[in-house]
Design a protein around this ligand. Structure first.
Ligand SMILES: [Zn+2]
Length: 510
């Protein structure tokens, strides 16, 4: 799988030659504050020779130390009021890249943390940033062109190596699923890859692949995939995963993941170059699959986690669904299609309808959808994840709690508010259908373009019957990761597996 293994190292002698490590990467905001005398001395000598030491990443020749390599990766602007823990990630990435390029196979990571609440997970965030920096694309690995992976990263004074290793294994799965090109990771291939990667995980797993069953149970999803049925290898799939922890179940988490393996826009075709990069429209399903992997490895007690991944190619062809059609979804709501490129919400509505039925009988259910849903969220927040929650989740403070957890783990979140206007936007003007899926303009030029889809999801999935005054209220939060699922190049950037880390922290930490 090419996933990095993190090893806790408690012996400070590990920094010396002959103890199994071949580089020392020090992530620090202040070279003069490094606790290890030998390292501090070398760094201060180094600074006399090279004034870049402590200002940019530098490798110092360090005889007697691990591999003879001391790499100082400076953390910048740590005192700035508006900085967050990602400054440790930035430094660690630079440092680990230098270590790898210098030839290290077993680098040690020393994170010189700062005693501030916002930096409490600095060591973990720095370690995970190494994983992010070291990941190589699945296609490259399968073509045999990847660099040899590191054997392990030792974390000096670490106490969470197993957790970080499991998180990183989940993130690798998420990146592999999200980042791959449309033929390598078609819907059936995505399903197969998931099942392979989760073999022996202890998760209950099943794949819906029969066309009649898909059309009966996931009619909106199948409308999106209607023209894809003509090509065997492009046909839709729904992957179902479930984890049941040991002990009494105290909470149930239910996730719908958008896995549009390729989005042409459908009949509302993406034009003028807008289609490039649309193989990454499966980042939601990918992140949920990765989260399930992490959970299966760490086996947190007392929680149950249910996931449905909707895998479908929004193809164009003579069978393609078109704008104006009225399609009855799994929840029984008749949906007029406003734009075939607003397909993610259709996929999610059916998945959420199934999860809703499970949530009704579950212990303390919390439902989520995870999706690269709108261009609007990118216009609105840049590279940040947005959460839009229903009334029940808002009362339970779900988004704010998630935001607090996720931000100190280096995955900051913006909380958006669902408002009455959002429900007005999904009224079908003809009154012929129960609702309209969207307007017919790109979301990026639509006011409230990432908030109002949550209104649609609530109505179309039947969750509107589980509001605050219902006999069975259900908390539901919609997570739009269109801006955060990848980083770097706008079309072919690196998948981030966001919001896996934040969700895991939210689900498992008190
Ligand atoms: Zn689309």
């Amino acid at each position: 799988m090419g996933s990095v293994k993190f090893v806790d190292v408690s012996e400070q002698d590990a920094i010396f030659e002959g103890n199994g490590w071949d580089a020392l990467v020090v992530v620090t905001a202040d070279v003069t504050s490094i606790q290890l005398d030998e390292v501090a001395m070398l760094a201060s000598h180094g600074q006399k020779v090279d004034q870049r030491v402590g200002k940019s990443v530098t490798l110092l020749f360090a005889p007697g130390m691990a591999g003879g390599r001391l790499i100082i990766a400076p953390v910048k602007h740590a005192d700035d009021d508006y900085q967050d823990v990602r400054i440790f990630a930035d430094a660690a990435r630079e440092g680990i890249k230098v270590a790898k390029e210098a030839g290290a196979k077993r680098p040690l990571l020393l994170v010189d943390s700062i005693n501030q609440q916002r930096y409490q997970h600095a060591q973990h965030v720095a370690a995970l940033a190494c994983g992010q920096a070291l990941w190589q694309a699945l296609e490259l690995r399968e073509a045999g062109g990847a660099d040899e992976p590191l054997e392990a990263i030792g974390i000096l004074s670490g106490n969470n190596g197993a957790v970080l290793t499991a998180i990183e294994a989940g993130r690798v799965l998420a990146r592999d699923l999200c980042g791959t090109e449309p033929e390598r990771m078609s819907a059936p291939a995505f399903a197969d890859y998931c099942i392979d990667a989760l073999q022996d995980s202890g998760l209950a797993m099943s794949v819906v692949e029969d066309r009649d069953i898909l059309e009966r149970d996931y009619p909106l999803l199948c409308a999106v995939g209607r023209s894809s049925f003509a090509v065997l290898r492009h046909q839709p799939r729904v992957v179902k995963l479930e984890y049941v922890g040991e002990g009494d179940i105290e909470k149930t988490f239910l996730f719908a993941g958008k896995g549009v393996v390729y989005d042409t826009g459908g009949a509302d075709l993406k034009i003028a170059g807008g289609m490039a990069g649309m193989s990454r429209d499966k980042g939601g399903a990918a992140a949920v699959a990765g989260l399930m992997k992490t959970i299966s490895l760490l086996k947190p007690k007392g929680i149950r986690v249910v996931a449905e991944l909707g895998l479908v190619r929004n193809s164009i062809g003579s069978e393609a669904f078109v704008t104006d059609e009225i399609i009855t979804g799994h929840a029984g709501k008749r949906v007029r299609i406003g734009n075939t490129d607003a397909e993610g919400r259709l996929v999610l509505a059916d998945l959420l309808s199934h999860l809703r039925l499970k949530a009704v009988n579950a212990v303390k259910p919390q439902m989520f959808s995870v999706a690269t849903l709108t261009g609007h969220v990118v216009r609105c927040y840049g590279g940040y994840t947005a959460v839009v929650e229903n009334s029940v989740a808002k009362q339970a403070n779900v988004a704010n709690s998630m935001q607090a957890k996720a931000s100190i783990w280096g995955e900051p979140i913006e909380v958006s508010q669902l408002r009455r206007d959002d429900f007005s936007k999904i009224v079908d003007p003809s009154a012929a259908a129960d609702m309209l899926s969207s307007n017919n303009a790109p979301s990026s030029v639509t006011a409230r373009g990432h908030q109002y889809p949550a209104a649609f999801l609530i109505e179309a999935s039947g969750l509107s019957q589980h509001g605050l005054n219902a006999t069975t209220p259900i908390a539901y939060s919609h997570i739009d990761i269109a801006g955060s699922a990848t980083e770097g190049h706008p079309q072919y950037g690196t998948p981030t597996a966001t919001p896996l880390v934040g969700l895991f922290a939210y689900m498992t930490e008190q």
